[in-house]
Design a protein. Structure first.
Length: 305
């Protein structure tokens, strides 16, 4: 548990101080809640890794965007202790390190100055009501044939002492442009795009559910494959042609394979050249000096004839 200094909220002066000076920072706010024990399952640990490791943003370097999973996100200056914990989120135009020098303990909106740009929640039976908010009501009503009822995310009006539910925070407080929910149990991806201040669900092809984020020039879809030795259906980033983007490990393996293939091709060409020279009557010593091959390699070629 990280120790908390409980920095007081400073009174304003004239001229007024900035929120960075007067409001709590990530060093002052709790980064853990003992009533929320750990990650719910192994998927919630592995899936965010794949999302972060395949993310490739053409307009941004790794130093000016930030991704996180299960990190406290403080969003309301009027209620500094209110927070949500997105399963995964991306913030752009912020430094990779807090103030360019420290790993984040949490993400504090009034200190960072930028809301997340993409948020993703992984559905489970215990979280789908809050993760989907009014869209959960619409889904249930549509499946049961009951007329839709316009409910707030938690089914009642919010009060000053009760934090709003997750969808409302993402939509009204943080105004996150792209919000996804994914169920690994049904392999269903749902995409909600902020339009006119409200989320509108976007249609995805059920047979090839890929959402294209034009402003980031990247797509998100469901990939069937093996990650960290675990087969499954995973969320993964792709390019405009639908090609899955590689993790750092896959890029390294691909580069190694390409280098090995290139060396093999060069070796084959040298051996073929040696065969041609031997066929003209050139002796072994001349061939080895000319092509940089060993004598044993050239003699092996002779033995083939």
């Amino acid at each position: 548990m990280v120790s908390i200094t409980h920095k007081p909220i400073l009174e304003q002066v004239d001229p007024p101080r900035s929120p960075r000076e007067t409001l709590p920072t990530m060093y002052d706010l709790p980064s853990e809640n003992p009533e929320e024990p750990g990650l719910p399952d192994e998927f919630h640990d592995l899936q965010p890794q794949l999302l972060s490791r395949t993310l490739q943003l053409s307009g941004y370097t790794r130093e000016n965007y930030f991704t996180a999973s299960d990190l406290n996100l403080y969003y309301d200056v009027n209620h500094p202790l209110w927070y949500k914990r997105p399963d995964w989120f991306l913030a752009i135009d912020v430094p990779r390190l807090y103030d360019g020098k420290d790993l984040r303990r949490s993400y504090v909106m009034w200190q960072e100055g930028k809301s997340p740009y993409v948020a993703i929640e992984f559905l489970s039976p215990g979280t789908e009501v809050e993760d989907l908010g009014r869209f959960y009501n619409e889904t249930v009503n549509a499946e049961s044939g009951t007329p839709a009822v316009n409910l707030r995310e938690n089914g009642s009006e919010q009060t000053a002492t009760k934090p709003p539910a997750k969808l409302e925070v993402y939509e009204r407080y943080l105004r996150i442009p792209h919000y996804f929910v994914y169920s690994r149990y049904t392999q269903k991806l749902r995409y909600f795009k902020l339009d006119g201040g409200q989320y509108q669900e976007q249609s995805l092809n059920p047979e090839n559910a890929i959402a294209w984020l034009a402003d980031l020039e990247i797509g998100l879809g469901i990939w069937e494959g093996v990650f960290e030795d675990i087969p499954g259906y995973w969320l993964r980033w792709c390019d405009s042609s639908g090609n899955w983007l590689l993790t750092d490990t896959e890029q390294s393996e691909q580069q190694t394979a390409q280098e090995r293939l290139a060396k093999e091709q060069v070796q084959t060409q040298l051996l073929q050249a040696a065969q041609n020279l031997l066929a003209t009557g050139m002796d072994i010593e001349q061939v080895t000096q000319l092509l940089g091959l060993s004598e044993s390699q050239v003699k092996a070629l002779q033995s083939l004839h």
